[in-house]
Design a protein around this ligand. Structure first.
Ligand code: ZN
Length: 239
């Protein structure tokens, strides 16, 4: 069974009654429960826990890590970011959601500013499927529509994604690469844009389906981890 850890800074839920009413037990709990229903073995972790809930044991037992953060990116300890980074290179999957574009871990893995345009105006977002063959959009129609979302607009300062799965259109006129895949070392990364905390985005079935599919796509490979460093010749080097 795929082991998923859902990480959330869990701050808006404490401060903002609107967010609290949409996600009474936190965004992480909502995400973990639909993943649990989909048959994954789930765990949650939050910023205020010791080591932000990402202890050696937790990371050892995580095939795919999901990341939601916004207000407190700078409070995430560099030491933990380094551990997560190494785990990704070793093959752990990572799904970065919404404002996680500015998380330390995403910026470290991308190597760019990850900056973008934004506007909070409760506008319609239409996410178009660009690659109908991609497993992340299995069961999704030509597009999905979210009634009210925050706008993120191009230019999104990321390296060219390995695959572009979804692109968003916003009512105000902007577009955004909202479903992007990357490979770093042995790990697979999916950035998925929707999920502003004051809208019920993670309660929407199609959004849940995409995240559920993405976990399965990002799951660590079952093949052996490659060996690095000094290597004995496979063939004899003597004439
Ligand atoms: Zn937001």
């Amino acid at each position: 069974m795929v082991k998923v850890t859902v990480w959330n800074e869990n701050r808006h839920e404490q401060k903002n009654p609107v967010v609290k009413s949409i996600y009474p037990n936190g965004i992480h709990t909502t995400i973990a429960s639909f993943l649990e229903e989909a048959g994954y073995d789930t765990l949650t972790a939050t910023l205020e826990q010791p080591e932000h809930g990402l202890t050696y044991e937790v990371l050892e037992n995580t095939d795919v890590l999901i990341w939601w953060g916004h207000l407190a990116h700078n409070e995430v300890e560099d030491e933990i970011v380094q551990k997560v980074y190494e785990k990704v290179l070793q093959g752990m999957g990572l799904i970065v959601l919404h404002s996680g574009h500015f998380s330390k871990i995403f910026k470290k893995l991308m190597g760019t500013s990850c900056d973008l345009k934004w506007r909070e105006a409760a506008e319609t977002e239409r996410l178009w499927v660009l690659d109908p063959t991609h497993p992340i959009v299995e069961g999704i129609g030509e597009y999905i529509e979210i009634d009210q979302e925050e706008m993120y607009g191009e230019h999104f300062d990321i390296p060219t994604p390995d695959e572009l799965v979804l692109v968003s259109w916003f009512k105000g006129g902007e577009v955004f690469r909202s479903g992007c895949t990357f490979k770093r070392g042995n790990g697979k990364i999916f950035y998925f844009r929707p999920g502003h905390e004051t809208y019920p985005t993670y309660h929407q079935k199609e959004v849940q389906k995409i995240i559920t599919n993405a976990v399965s796509w990002a799951n660590r490979s079952k093949r052996n981890y490659p060996s690095y460093g000094h290597h004995e010749p496979i063939e004899s080097l003597k004439d």
